[in-house]
Write a new protein. Structure first.
Length: 295
């Protein structure tokens, strides 16, 4: 259930924080800045009846590293773990008094790319700390012509992301859930499709923030099992509406029923699903879902 997944994620967060505090016992290396959120998280893990924590655990990791001329520089990583971490990525901002604004923006945008390319569902704070230790110093010497860093470039660090989520559920029969899926997708301007039955398949695509909002709503409903089987992220240069439309593989979000068979008429014809995905240029997804080559 979602509840179990939540507790599992919360437990992973606590054990990762314990590991960090044992590796970096000194306040100047590792410090939890929001003790209340941490207490809430622990309480949630230990008590069946506890409410889902209301705020993210936040902490600072400081990394000292040597720069080419031999002197030591400190980088400070301000980190927040969203409640769904490690299913979703941590939020991290690296700062140093020696970085110019444009160097800092570039460093943080490269760090975000590293995160997106390497982590899905794994605790990653130690790897990220290593990455900062190994790479951050190089940004201090990066010559970024200040003239080219105009205001528009600075906001470009929040590049618009287009996301496609492929969600797998043990089954989707419930009419209300099916209605929610379609209504929420409309409300959030997402396209894709929903295949009810057993298994249930939902694909949504659109702005990253809208996909994440959709997922956070859907996973709060009660499910026997639901997970993101695959996620695609594409950064959009212009970020305008035309760019988004160009990325879409589905015009709208619709429910797809492929000739049902089985006692309750609930087992979909997966061969038809395969052909439908193939038409949309998504045939490789079939194997991710079902672990077999489609045909």
């Amino acid at each position: 259930t979602t509840e179990m997944a939540n507790r599992e994620e919360a437990e992973i967060q606590i054990s990762e924080l314990d590991l960090l505090s044992s590796m970096f016992p000194h306040e100047e290396e590792f410090a939890v800045t929001d003790q209340l959120a941490l207490a809430e998280l622990k309480h949630y893990v230990e008590n069946e009846s506890a409410e889902v924590p209301s705020s993210k655990v936040q902490f600072i990791l400081n990394v000292k590293t040597e720069v080419p001329n031999g002197s030591m520089v400190e980088f400070s990583m301000a980190c927040a773990l969203p409640f769904k971490y490690p299913t979703v990525l941590p939020e991290i901002t690296v700062r140093s008094s020696l970085l110019s604004r444009s160097q800092r923006i570039l460093l943080n945008s490269d760090l975000k790319t590293y995160l997106m390319q390497n982590f899905r569902g794994e605790p990653c704070m130690l790897s990220v700390r290593e990455w900062v230790k190994d790479h951050a110093a190089a940004y201090i010497d990066k010559d970024l012509p200040s003239s080219s860093m105009t205001a528009s470039d600075a906001t470009q660090s929040d590049v618009t992301m287009f996301t496609r989520l492929w969600i797998y559920s043990h089954h989707i029969y419930n009419k209300q859930k099916r209605k929610n899926i379609i209504d929420w997708a409309k409300e959030l301007s997402l396209s894709g499709f929903c295949m009810p039955g057993k298994p249930g398949v939902v694909c949504v695509e659109g702005l990253q923030s809208s996909c994440e909002e959709f997922w956070s709503r859907v996973r709060r409903l009660t499910w026997k099992r639901i997970l993101i089987r695959h996620r695609e992220d594409v950064s959009l240069e212009g970020g305008g509406n035309a760019e988004i439309q160009k990325q879409r593989k589905f015009p709208t979000l619709e429910e797809k029923c492929f000739d049902a068979h089985g006692a309750r008429g609930n087992h979909m014809d997966l061969g038809q699903l395969y052909h439908f995905l193939e038409e949309k240029g998504c045939a490789d997804i079939f194997q991710m879902y079902f672990g077999v080559e489609g045909h």
